[in-house]
Design a protein around this ligand. Structure first.
Ligand SMILES: Cc1cc2nc3c(=O)[nH]c(=O)nc-3n(C[C@H](O)[C@H](O)[C@H](O)COP(=O)(O)OP(=O)(O)OC[C@H]3O[C@@H](n4cnc5c(N)ncnc54)[C@H](O)[C@@H]3O)c2cc1C
Length: 240
């Protein structure tokens, strides 16, 4: 648990593990402590600790009538994980109103981070970030975002398994190669949304890897498209 600005460099940082599958051969792991779970409103800036859950951010914004964080309402994760992945829903992304991030050694301006669809080049521990504040929390957007999620299964998953390739949908491709509802052990590409790899109870790491590789191979062989994983596989045998 990290509760100051020093940490072991060889350990892998977890947020709240909503986008990660951990294998038996994982590296040493670490997490931010509650010290980094905070929100402060100062002038026209929102300072948020990286261990703060998205739901808490939305509640704060609702109380203070702050706009643009509504999309985090049902997005599972902490701010640190959302920043690292530039998590979002459709065109709404964590980086939209970001000003800067604070790491061990520096405050890094948004303009100095390379980011895009579900990716950034952040490769160190983020302790906090600050965001531009605009007034106007929109409760109606919460309902809209809930509707957008209505096609997601409720079974345990790590969110979308693959990134959408340009101009296409990973879920469509998985379905097109006959893997919608396909199951290996207790891991299944959901028949509600094919890009959600769900655990039906006793799914193992090996089951998950087998079905992920099957989808990658089949989509490449039949459609000529290389699927890029959105979920992170945390096991020495699979780390890049
Ligand atoms: C049901 C479900 C639905 C989902 N829907 C969406 C969706 O609509 N859109 C979307 O974008 N994602 C979605 N996800 C994925 C997930 O919610 C996001 O990726 C979220 O950002 C993960 O946050 P986390 O705290 O759990 O991070 P983790 O999964 O624990 O970590 C993710 C990455 O962030 C890094 N990280 C964590 N904290 C820090 C930090 N402080 N500093 C630097 N790096 C850090 C980790 O090292 C790791 O590389 C969904 C997941 C689930 C389970």
């Amino acid at each position: 648990m990290i509760d100051s600005h020093t940490y072991p460099e060889d350990s892998y940082l977890l947020g709240s593990l909503n986008n990660i599958i951990v294998g038996p051969e994982h590296p040493p792991l670490m997490r931010l402590s509650k010290v980094f779970d905070f929100i402060r409103l100062e002038d026209d800036r929102l300072h948020i600790g990286a261990a703060t859950p998205g739901g808490k951010i939305v509640s704060f914004c609702k109380r203070h009538d702050i706009a643009h964080f509504e999309f985090m309402a049902h997005l599972p994760g902490t701010l640190g994980g959302m920043l690292q992945m530039n998590a979002g829903l459709k065109s709404y992304e964590t980086f939209d109103y970001l000003l800067d991030i604070r790491t061990k050694d520096a405050v890094i301006e948004k303009a100095d981070v390379d980011y895009g669809y579900r990716r950034t080049d952040i490769d160190e521990v983020v302790f906090e970030a600050s965001f531009r504040v605009e007034q106007g929390f929109a409760s109606s957007k919460i309902e809209m975002f809930k509707q957008m999620r209505s096609n997601q299964p409720r079974d345990p998953s790590a969110g979308s398994c693959f990134k959408n390739p340009p101009g296409d949908y990973a879920g469509r491709l998985i379905e097109a190669v006959g893997l919608k509802g396909h199951r290996i052990g207790d891991m299944e590409f959901s028949d509600i949304h094919s890009n959600f790899l769900i655990n039906l109870g006793m799914g193992s790491f090996d089951d998950a890897m087998a079905i992920i590789k099957l989808a990658e191979e089949r989509v490449f062989d039949l459609m000529g498209i290389s699927l890029e994983r959105e979920i992170i596989i945390l096991d020495r045998r699979y780390l890049p």
